[in-house]
Design a protein around this ligand. Structure first.
Ligand code: PHE
Length: 507
């Protein structure tokens, strides 16, 4: 007899954990920069379509998979859709591992900035503001601080620390996860609300919010904007990586997953909205230009804004520390779910102990995180691709972020819609739901979502040439632009093929 499956102590515990997973770097770092990159208000229509037409229904699928089967993603899909389903499951687990590696590397830099708030990051004259609305330059000092930071070995130390914290929180599964999220998640909300209040009360802050939220229609015909919105939504809602199924597998079979999905999506998108307001009000109040790479907004530009918040140095430091603490806490409640997804998958398939599963994951992944934080300089010009680790991260993120999640999303809805049966799924979800899903749900899962995802994937693949990163100035390393996408797709598929063909252990 195997031990009974562990369980969340309360619905609140689950909702905190799942919303903690959803709210993370995606909401703070990636959302604002994507929204800006894709045109502020022009991002909104695709964003809402992504939320209501794809995000929420896919979350219902992933939650439903977990509670109905009481299994994590690969085994749940195997049970409901056979071996091909399990392949999709492991494919997503491989992607989760890739993302975990660099997600924690970025968090490591966040820790570095947090420490820097009390070090030299906000020393007078160090984070000088940019000339209004110009792009960051080499003498804008938060940027110099950041590049100095990532060209040392310190982030490697922070990575080890973060991995230890993650494993510590995961050591007894739901029991310890619940304890952590009960503290971290409310703290995150309080910090974010404080930031919003400060941002909106700055002169000019309100205009920033208006820029972000005034709908604009240009860009709507561009496939890249749609791809941006879809990928952002998948990532932000923690979909396509097995995390939501893993968390939901610790709920009772009769959990109301329609309600849970609406609740978690609502919490996530509200937080994202608040983060957008906080960040854009700061940018507008101090005429800061958010252009540049995804990370530059949070790591170079925001510190400049924080520096302007007050003439009193300790207040500036406190805000700076608070902001990066927020990033790190939000990141940890997400990274634990990223690690729980493969851990629960290994435990379910091979009936191994949690500690063993965590070890199998942590050892290779710590090395992977190291690789993404490598301080070796390959371009001394301090352009956006100044270190090897950052370049690896940027290119890997481009492929995994944009394609893995959407591909898994596409394949899982095909499995559930066509192999298991969309109508059957709808009825299973409805059996426990207060708010019943209508026929439209079947149509969405069977036709609308797969066609939209397929269309966006194909259209964006067509636009992929020349390969991402080929314009980087990195003598001796230009082969990376070809190597990384091949490495990603081959390792992910081989991993999925191998694991889905291994016999599951029956305990
Ligand atoms: N949703 C998290 C964020 O916004 C990231 C994440 C994605 C976590 C997928 C788990 C699974 O940062």
């Amino acid at each position: 007899m195997s031990a009974p499956r562990e369980n969340w102590k309360s619905k609140l515990g689950f909702v905190l954990a799942a919303s903690g997973s959803a709210i993370g770097l995606g909401n703070i770092v990636f959302f604002s920069s994507n929204a800006y990159q894709y045109g502020g208000g022009a991002f909104y229509l695709p964003y809402f379509v992504a939320l209501f037409v794809i995000g929420m229904p896919v979350m219902m699928v992933e939650f439903g998979l977990g509670s109905l089967t009481q299994q994590s993603f690969p085994m749940a899909l195997r049970r409901l859709a056979g071996k091909r389903g399990e392949f999709v499951g492991w494919f997503s687990i491989a992607s989760a591992l890739f993302i975990t590696m660099y997600y924690i590397a970025i968090l490591g830099w966040g820790v570095g900035m947090m420490i820097g708030a009390f070090g030299s990051l906000f020393e007078p004259g160090v984070s000088a503001p940019f000339a209004p609305f110009s792009e960051p330059t080499a003498d804008a000092s938060a940027m110099v601080y950041f590049f100095d930071l990532i060209s040392t070995w310190n982030p490697l130390l922070y990575i080890v620390l973060l991995w230890m914290v993650n494993i510590y929180i995961l050591r007894q599964g739901t029991h310890t996860i619940e304890k952590a999220v009960r503290v971290f998640v409310p703290v995150m909300w309080i910090f974010m609300i404080l930031l919003v209040i400060r941002g909106l009360t700055l002169p000019g802050g309100f205009d920033g919010m208006m820029f972000l939220f005034t709908p604009a229609l240009e860009g709507i015909a561009e496939p890249t904007v749609w791809k941006g919105a879809f990928s952002q939504m998948f990532f932000s809602l923690s979909l396509g990586l097995g995390t939501m199924t893993a968390y939901a597998s610790y709920l009772p079979k009769d959990a109301d997953q329609v309600n849970n999905s609406m609740l978690v999506s609502f919490l996530n998108c509200s937080f994202e909205f608040l983060a957008g307001v906080a960040i854009f009000s700061l940018l507008f109040a101090f005429a800061l230009n958010p252009a540049g790479s995804t990370l530059s907004l949070s790591f170079f530009v925001i510190p400049q804004g924080i520096n302007e918040l007050s003439n009193t140095p300790w207040i500036v430091r406190l805000f700076g520390f608070g902001f990066y603490l927020l990033v790190v806490l939000a990141g940890i409640t997400s990274s634990i779910s990223l690690i729980e997804s493969p851990a629960s998958a290994l435990m379910d398939k091979f009936k191994i102990r949690r500690s063993k599963a965590l070890m199998y994951i942590a050892i290779p992944c710590i090395l992977g995180s190291f690789l993404f934080a490598l301080p070796q300089i390959i371009d001394s010009g301090l352009t956006g691709n100044g270190t090897l680790g950052l370049t690896l991260l940027d290119i890997t993120d481009h492929w995994v972020f944009n394609y893995s999640l959407l591909t898994v999303g596409l394949l899982e809805v095909i499995m559930m819609g066509w192999v298991f049966g969309a109508e059957r799924l709808r009825q299973s979800l409805n059996a426990n739901a207060k708010l019943k899903l209508g026929r439209w749900f079947t149509l969405l899962i069977k036709f609308v979502i797969p066609s939209l995802l397929l269309l966006v994937i194909i259209l964006s693949l067509i636009e992929e040439w020349p390969l991402y990163g080929s314009n980087y100035d990195m003598p001796g390393y230009s082969w990376l632009t070809v190597f990384i996408p091949i490495f990603w797709i081959v390792t992910t598929s081989v991993f999925a093929f191998y694991l889905s063909n291994r016999k599951p252990k029956t305990a």
